[in-house]
Design a protein around this ligand. Structure first.
Ligand code: PMP
Length: 450
């Protein structure tokens, strides 16, 4: 792309430092300027329209341009644009959303605490785990087990639980309280001739070994996404979550489930905890909680988790944590309306009904000569691309994503896969439109390598 002087792209390069890019590449290439969105589509500043095949960052459940959300935001802005939840103050939107979240939670939960991003929520949940261990008189029970390729955000504690090298390198992470167990992706780490059930046994064995090496009494919590999202849509192998929960119960280790991507219908149930029969002590939610129209995240905790923390705050005199924006009234009002839309339009049912079509089309495309395999659940899926024999890791998937963008579909390349997570409002016809374009993109990449 040639960048004209003083164009919006040139001004972007001149003044803005972007997240999650190679900054030197960005200085030369600039970024795609998105100007508007409607339904599952976004439009760039040249007027070209794209299907947002990743719902933004796995998040815009109700689609773009949903007027009910902008109207609720305006009404709340006019009535009470800001108030906090510190110092014995509260407000209606945060109360109503808390009540709604407790009523739909996949297991009995006691309290909701609001933050503004997935990273903040995981970071605070880690701090709460430590606070609680101190409250229980177990100051040595502080370690947290994350997983290789798990993603929980980028702040210091959350980034340490994340198991992706790029989020650690040169940031002096992870903290030494965070340890990582094996990544349970059978397609990537299953050995030749190893059945899926044997792979699961090996993963559970690795977890048990790690706990024994570190000392069960030093480990406070295990953190996991039901399906690992940013690591590349890594679906758990059969029996994995059942086995993990058994091990955690045996060693009195808390289970913190991060449904920042999976929550609110993505897997075809309201929560992936229901899809995989997971019973968390703490549940971390964000993204589809507000369709990311405004920054919002929530930590749901059960009573056994909450009570010692409340006792400790009484002993110290205060729960010494909070953000200016905790429970922000406009964000929580939008979150509540967004969840009402998800319920009224049965978007969870839509994800469940379209799963077969969505995964079926991906599976057909997996037969293409440049593709390797497909995987997914609900409306969350990935197509693994065969690496180029003469390329760097990830080159092939990046080439497919670039060709697909030319075709008018935005997806996300992660390692050797292209990932899809469209808005939950997508229709069967639009799934065809998206994956027909993917077929053309695969042909383009195949032709360019011939
Ligand atoms: N947890 C998971 C599972 C995520 O996918 C993400 C974001 N992709 C986060 C946490 C971090 O959320 P945020 O970017 O809002 O900090």
């Amino acid at each position: 792309m040639t960048i004209a002087p003083n164009s919006i792209e040139a001004r972007d390069i001149a003044y803005q430092m972007h997240p999650n890019v190679n900054l030197r590449t960005y200085e030369k290439s600039g970024g795609l300027v998105i100007e508007s969105g409607e339904g599952i589509y976004v439009t760039d500043n040249s007027g070209k329209r794209y299907i947002e095949g990743l719902a933004g960052l796995w998040s815009v459940a109700v689609g773009f341009g949903e007027k009910r959300l902008s109207e609720v935001a305006k009404a709340q802005m006019d009535k009470l644009p800001y108030y906090h939840t510190f110092a014995y103050k509260t407000h209606g939107p945060s109360i109503e959303l808390s009540e709604m979240l407790i009523s739909i939670a996949p297991v009995p939960m006691s309290k909701v605490h609001f933050t503004s991003s997935g990273s903040e929520a995981n970071d605070l949940a880690a701090k709460m785990v430590w606070y609680r261990s101190n409250a229980l008189g177990k100051p040595d029970k502080k370690k947290i087990i994350g997983r290789i390729y798990g993603y929980h955000g980028v702040t210091i504690a959350a980034g340490s639980i994340t198991g992706l090298p790029r989020n650690h390198q040169s940031f002096d992470l992870p903290l030494d309280r965070m340890v990582h167990t094996s990544c349970p992706s059978y397609v990537h780490f299953g050995k030749d001739g190893e059945s899926e059930a044997d792979f699961t046994k090996r993963m559970l064995g690795d977890l048990e070994d790690l706990i024994q090496r570190e000392g069960p009494d030093t480990i406070a919590a295990f953190w996991g996404e039901p399906v690992m999202g940013a690591g590349g849509v890594l679906v758990p192998p059969v029996g994995y979550w059942e086995g993990v929960q058994e091990i955690l119960r045996k060693h009195d280790i808390l289970l913190v489930v991060d449904e920042v991507i999976c929550g609110f219908g993505r897997t075809g149930k309201m929560f992936a905890c229901q899809t995989y029969d997971i019973k968390p002590d703490v549940l971390v939610l964000s993204k589809q909680i507000s369709s990311s129209y405004l920054p919002l995240s929530a930590i749901l905790m059960n009573d056994a988790f909450y009570q010692p923390i409340a006792d400790e705050s009484e002993r110290i005199g205060v729960f010494g944590h909070g953000f200016t924006a905790s429970g922000h009234p406009v964000a929580t009002a939008v979150g509540l309306e967004n969840l009402k839309i998800i319920q009224e339009r049965d978007l969870v049912g839509n994800a469940a009904a379209l799963e077969e079509k969505f995964l079926g089309r991906l599976n057909e495309l997996a037969q293409h000569p440049v593709a390797h395999s497909s995987r997914g659940v609900g409306l969350l899926g990935a197509l693994e691309i065969k690496p180029f024999a003469d390329g760097k890791p990830g080159d092939a998937a990046a080439a497919v994503a670039a060709a697909l963008q030319e075709e008018g579909v935005i997806c996300r390349a992660v390692m050797e896969a292209v990932c899809f997570c469209p808005p939950l409002i997508i229709t069967a016809e639009q799934i065809d439109e998206m994956f027909d374009a993917l077929g053309h993109a695969l042909d383009t990449v195949a032709a360019s390598r011939a």
